[in-house]
Design a protein around this ligand. Structure first.
Ligand code: FMN
Length: 152
């Protein structure tokens, strides 16, 4: 089984997490999604929230073709209770090539079950959706589940 971790990260949390998870999985490559829009800095926060709330489309770039892998683990921050424009755009563009899609959302304090259920309902073809929430300290449990599903 080949695994691809594709992540979007504004401030580095999802990037770091993708590096951690890639060490737990065999046959694993990682790929970063870049959003054309600049969400950095103080003003980037409200701009990002608005983009997600209004479900705007965006222009993204990434390197690896999802159809070359058995499993895709998409890692995205939670913005305003949703995913990110970059993650939504990625699914839209790669949908046809996705074999097994897993989505891991990462946030500070939102209810993890509510976020994961919302994502799974929106993308019904997703094999499994999780949400790591800083407040719930559920990272280890989810990392274990991911390793069991996609690991060696
Ligand atoms: C615009 C915006 C909206 C956010 N909305 C939420 C939210 O609804 N719930 C939450 O718990 N965290 C929220 N966060 C926090 C991020 O999800 C969290 O800091 C995440 O780990 C950042 O990942 P990154 O460092 O990879 O960009 C939000 C952050 C931004 C920038």
């Amino acid at each position: 089984m080949t695994n691809l971790i594709t992540y979007y990260s504004r401030t580095g949390t999802c990037k770091k997490l993708s590096e951690e998870i890639s060490l737990l999985l065999s046959n694993c490559n990682t790929d970063e999604i870049f959003d054309d829009k600049n969400y950095s800095g103080l003003l980037g926060w409200p701009k990002a929230g608005f983009s997600e709330l209004s479900k705007k489309e965006t222009v993204i770039s990434y390197k690896k073709n999802a159809s070359s892998y058995d499993n895709i683990l998409l890692i995205t921050p939670v913005w305003a209770g949703g995913m990110t424009p970059a993650a939504r755009q990625y699914i839209k563009e790669e949908m046809k090539g996705l074999k097994n899609l897993y989505i891991l959302s990462v946030c500070m304090g939102s209810n993890s079950k509510k976020i994961a259920d919302t994502v799974a309902n929106k993308y019904k073809f997703t094999k499994k959706a999780w949400c790591i929430t800083g407040l719930e300290k559920n990272k280890e449990q989810i990392m274990d589940e991911i390793t069991k599903l996609l690991g060696k």
